[in-house]
Ligand binder design. Sequence first.
Ligand code: PDD
Length: 281
Amino acid sequence: RTVYLNGEYLPETEAKVSIFDRAFLMADGVYEVTSVLGGKLIDFAGHARRLERSLAELDIKKPAAFGDLLEIHRKLVDLNDISEGLIYLQVTRGAPGDRDFAFPDPETTEPTLVLFTQNKPGLSDNPVAKKGIKVISIDDIRWGRRDIKTVQLLYPSMGKMMARKAGADDAWMVEDGFVTEGTSNNAYIVKDGKIITRNLGTDILHGITRAAVLACAREAQMAVEERPFSIDEAREADEAFLTSASAFVMPVVEIDGASVGTGTPGPVAGRLREIYLAESL
Ligand code: PDD
């Protein structure tokens, strides 16, 4: 696989980053995951805009212009012959000569820019979407700026393991009684035909897929309500689902061991998945 590191296209074994890189020592970096369908980037502009926002919020220098990032994405898709898959991009504050809590001088420390592809044939025709997935609920103990897409992913990673241990696929996080989001996705329920998902704020990531799927829903005259919902409300819902750049629209059929609705993927999630994929392809 060919990867990209700071201006160079290299075999993955030759791409090396300093042990002083701030992302390695302090999780001082941000990332994006963009999906590829039919060799085409899905929602690149949205991901690039969110990246720019994450960088600005953390005062990390922008490593490349929009057009250059687009070109790097396209070139990696090409070089690695990706028809369906993902592109991972990470920007870190860079590698000053030593470990220090204070940010290094941006004049002397350049950000690190890394991109690599993940080939995932069958991403759009995922058989899991026909069965749906099971989630458990866990406390949301992450920091308060979840709108910034940082590489600080230890708790979401632990959440995924808690889910696995409980025989489930993923975890939805709960704060003050209300669902914030999934470990790596935005959370939704459907009640009496209405799609309910948490409103944007600093407590969740502003999903690029979320924005696209809600636009699809509104275009199809489906009712959408952006507000927090509790885990109890989710258990009583007719349907539940999640969205992300890698899962698209994924039905959730079980929460904490109890079936949601009929315990099978619901019609609203199914229709949204279809519309979203049709519009993306
Ligand atoms: N995760 N919420 C969280 C906490 C996420 O990590 C993600 C994305 C989302 C969905 O955002 P989007 O629709 O822009 O992918 C919501 C990516 C896919 C990941 O970490 O792999």
